[in-house]
Design a protein around this ligand. Structure first.
Ligand SMILES: Cc1cc2nc3c(=O)[nH]c(=O)nc-3n(C[C@H](O)[C@H](O)[C@H](O)COP(=O)(O)OP(=O)(O)OC[C@H]3O[C@@H](n4cnc5c(N)ncnc54)[C@H](O)[C@@H]3O)c2cc1C
Length: 344
């Protein structure tokens, strides 16, 4: 029998983020698939009651919580203490937690404290040959593995976007509040603020239907022998505004800044997709002015439908890497696309 603990932290609004609801969906699916197991909820945050109420109908046998001012912020020392208290009280044998930056910092230490094992970047949980199993990608998403472990507790950090979020009715639940003694030495770190671009300048949107990837071609000399970086920036930003797409970039494009060449000012290394960049998850992807070389395209592993615009009919996308390749001038295509989107 397994006790499957869904372990989450609350957000600033005292509710659960989508990634947490996805982890709950995975925990519940696993609890249903493992004979004789039970689901327990553990929550950490400034005030955990609203989050607990929002998932009242999830079927958990217990709701455990550690709350208070000390837990309203992301801090390894207090997060690990709180998570440890919940795991021990809940007698968790498997812990499923969302792979947020906050939990990614605290969970490996939790595994050490409990003498358990931790797997990060899990992309799915299931049952194979009667035992819980985790799937995970290796070698920059080129190989997928299924893992089983005999050690307990087994702590699994589930990557965002890999499981359908749990949906259900809210209600009123009784949270078993756990008391944790926090020594002063655990409070030395304080979050003094968050630095983030304003919402309208935030180009990375993990929940967008479309990923738009810009390549270095946008900053190269065009047919008239001139560079049109300013127009490229306008076209891309207008497209993002009209389509609400997320913005990715090729390595060559994001590296240009460091080389002092014409750049798109809103593009940073955080936008880079590929072997040394990110592997975002979106239903659709559109690449423009990017060659489609393997180290870049390996980052498209989780893009379901791929399209590309390139002047070169022999570019990498033409070699089985895209579903549709438009051999065309991306400036013209995006100009026309923006006009059509603007008319909608
Ligand atoms: C170890 C290693 C790791 C790497 N990791 C990454 C990674 O994480 N991500 C990544 O992206 N790359 C990575 N690379 C680099 C990768 O191999 C390529 O060099 C890079 O992706 C090329 O970027 P690009 O296609 O934007 O630029 P380019 O190769 O310069 O291609 C520009 C394209 O724009 C097209 N073009 C120009 N003007 C127009 C126009 N008007 N309309 C349409 N098309 C036009 C051209 O035909 C050309 O195909 C890695 C390389 C190595 C060796």
């Amino acid at each position: 029998m397994e006790t499957i603990l869904f372990l989450a932290h609350t957000e600033a609004d005292s509710l659960l983020a989508k990634s947490a609801l996805e982890a709950l969906g995975a925990a519940k699916t696993l609890a249903e698939a493992v004979t004789g197991s039970r689901l327990v909820v553990g929550l950490v945050g400034g005030d955990v009651q609203p989050a607990a109420n929002s998932i009242a109908a999830c079927g958990a046998a217990r709701f455990l919580g550690v709350s208070g001012q000390d837990y309203g912020q992301s801090r390894y020392a207090t997060d690990a203490l709180a998570a440890e208290a919940i795991c021990r009280a809940g007698e968790a044998s498997i812990v499923i937690a969302p792979g947020t930056s906050r939990w990614s910092r605290a969970m490996p230490g939790l595994g050490q404290r409990l003498g358990g094992r931790v797997d990060t970047h899990a992309t799915g949980v299931s049952v194979a040959a009667g035992a819980p199993s985790v799937s995970r990608w290796y070698y920059r998403q080129r190989m997928e593995a299924s893992l089983q472990r005999v050690e307990r507790p087994w702590i699994i950090l589930l990557d965002p976007g890999c499981h359908a979020p749990w949906r259900g009715e809210g209600g009123a639940v009784t949270v078993e509040a756990l008391r944790v003694d926090v020594p002063e030495t655990c409070k030395r770190t304080t979050v003094t603020g968050v630095q983030a671009p304003p919402a309208d300048q935030q180009t990375i949107r993990p929940d967008a239907t479309l990923l738009f990837v810009a390549g270095a071609g946008w900053t190269k000399k065009q047919a008239d022998g001139q560079i049109h970086a300013a127009e490229a920036a306008d076209l891309i930003l207008n497209f993002l505004r009209l389509s609400h797409a997320s913005l990715g970039g090729s390595k060559s494009l994001v590296d240009l800044k460091g080389e002092g060449q014409a750049v798109l000012p809103f593009m940073s290394h955080l936008n880079q997709v590929g072997q040394t960049g990110s592997t975002p998850r979106h239903p659709k992807g559109l690449s423009a002015c990017c060659h489609g070389e393997e180290p870049h395209v390996v980052g498209w592993r989780f893009i379901t439908e791929r399209r590309a615009v390139n002047l070169d009919p022999n570019c990498g996308w033409a070699r089985g890497k895209a579903d549709v390749l438009y051999v065309a001038d991306a400036f013209e295509v995006m100009r026309r696309l923006n006009t059509l989107l603007g008319q909608k």
